[in-house]
Design a protein around this ligand. Structure first.
Ligand code: G
Ligand code: MN
Length: 256
């Protein structure tokens, strides 16, 4: 069967119940303890395997408000419910990271939606971290700051994802009410062999700390990378070296 693309794939996925979330742990860089887990969208294939759902996510970004909203709400409802389960089964200190699309903010009612979904799932706001990317905030920086402040008032933490790629600007660090930032895998991949990646990574960790932020390195794959990150005082690490994405059930079991 040919691959469905874009809108067709999104429509199908939404009506056929073939989307799922996997969770990739985020570890304390020093102790390797799991401190949080990031919800990642996956698509169930007919073969029973799962794959990344990039096409679906892209289609959702481009689709009218309704479908985008449906997918965003489904992700939040599912992830919040899963996290509430692991948090009440021995993983009570393990938070949940959810990626928020910049477009989620344009729906206007994001604060009310978040609040309602958290209450419904029984998730404590202090155990939720929202990851935002900078892609399209530039267009309306003032509105964005107001919405982010309102989200923070709920008790939720905010991290900047993929910092230093795409449309990054330091004014986001100046104005956004952030608690953390994530250093993208592109810099971590060159950490050992490329002195520029090392310089950028160290500078980002230092900058984050000066701003009072927690810094997470993404896509850590080797012991050498981990050692360099520890040396540079990075707070948290995520990547295949320590954990792959897994089902909610597997994570809950691992935490128990
Ligand atoms: O943009 P974001 O950081 O949310 O993307 C996370 C993606 O990166 C996930 O799909 C996940 O499977 C993948 N990933 C997570 N850890 C690693 C890693 O150590 N190496 C590589 N190559 N990919 C990773
Ligand atoms: Mn992310």
């Amino acid at each position: 069967m040919p691959e469905e693309v874009g809108q067709a794939a999104l429509d199908r996925a939404l009506t056929h119940d073939d989307l799922l979330l996997n969770y990739q742990p985020i570890h304390d860089a020093r102790t390797s303890a799991i401190v949080s887990a990031e919800a990642l969208l996956r698509q169930r294939r007919q073969s029973g395997e799962t794959r990344e759902a990039g096409i679906i996510a892209e289609a959702a970004e481009k689709s009218p408000g309704n479908e985008r909203c449906v997918l965003g709400s489904w992700m939040m409802e599912t992830a919040f419910r899963d996290a509430a389960i692991w948090q009440s089964n021995g993983g009570d200190e393990v938070r949940l990271n959810v990626n928020l699309s910049p477009l989620d903010f344009e729906e206007g009612d994001i604060v009310e939606r978040l609040k309602a979904i958290m209450e419904h799932a029984g998730l404590d706001a202090r155990k939720l971290i929202l990851e935002i990317t900078e892609t399209s905030y530039i267009e309306r920086p003032r509105d964005t700051v107001a919405v982010l402040e309102a989200v923070k008032d709920l008790g939720v933490a905010l991290w900047l994802d993929d910092f230093g790629t795409r449309h990054s600007t330091l004014t986001h660090l100046q104005h956004f009410p952030l608690d953390g930032l994530k250093i993208p895998g592109t810099f971590i991949a060159g950490l050992v062999g490329d002195s520029r990646c090392r310089a950028i990574t160290r500078a980002l960790i230092g900058l984050g700390h000066e701003l009072g932020l927690k810094v997470t390195a993404e896509e850590v794959e080797t012991e050498k990378q981990l050692a360099l990150l520890r040396e540079a005082d990075c707070d948290y690490v995520q990547g295949f070296l320590l954990s792959r994405p897994m089902s909610a059930a597997a994570l809950t079991k691992a935490l128990r």
